[in-house]
Design a protein. Structure first.
Lengths: 88, 121
């Protein structure tokens, strides 16, 4: 799992779309991200909110498989913000 | 350029075992999200999961509700094949959800032998 941006840089990223999957069990956050990715243009940044600590690992594996760019993960109050750039 | 990947997932547990009924849908969901073609094959009590109104009754602790997974898999292109004698013996051949296709053994064999991999639950 590798993030391409530092935490400081990451905090400055403005997402084009936020996917709120807090409370959803695996693979809900992944499925919501997949569906949302199809609604934004290539190059856009999606911000996934998930309260499942495994989500960031899952999304990293998914990005590696399908070719999107994992920008990184930020901690929030009770959930994590995973930022992904659509690459194709 | 690799050929399109395909995963066949055989489901043999039904509402009597919510966890083993749900896990194949979890795997199928992750697969369709990953641009892998998915064929789910339902045999034995697994057939009950594609009987109208049944998926909504299945939920395992700490897992996503089965009905929502089923809807997402169908929305993202997953196929549902159902064993012909299994549905006939249960009298549910006219009660299957939209998109469920009744088929016989040779179709399952063709799907499995042409898949990248297969899983049996």
């Amino acid at each position: 799992m590798s993030a391409t941006l530092s935490e400081t840089d990451l905090a400055g990223v403005t997402a084009d779309k936020v996917v709120d999957a807090r409370g959803a069990a695996c693979p809900g956050p992944l499925l919501e991200t997949k569906k949302a990715m199809g609604t934004v243009p290539v190059g856009s940044v999606l911000e996934l909110w998930s309260s499942d600590p495994q989500t960031k690992v899952d999304i990293a594996a998914w990005c590696g498989k399908v070719g999107h760019e994992l920008l990184g993960t930020l901690s929030a109050d009770g959930y994590e913000r995973v930022l992904v750039r659509r690459m194709k | 350029m690799a050929d399109q990947e395909k995963l066949v997932i055989m489901v043999t547990h039904g509402p009597e075992d919510p966890e083993l009924a749900t896990i194949p849908f979890v795997m199928a969901g992750a697969a369709v999200a990953s641009d892998v073609d998915v064929v789910m094959g339902f045999q034995g009590e697994g057939c009950r999961l594609v009987q109208k109104g049944v998926a909504e009754t299945v939920s395992a602790p700490e897992f996503a509700p089965l009905a929502g997974l089923l809807d997402s898999i169908r929305e993202l292109g997953g196929q549902f094949l159902v064993c012909s004698p299994c549905v006939k013996s249960r009298g549910i051949e006219d009660e299957l959800i939209d998109g469920a296709e009744v088929c016989a053994a040779a179709r399952f064999v063709a799907e499995i032998t042409s898949a990248t991999n297969s899983l049996v639950y």
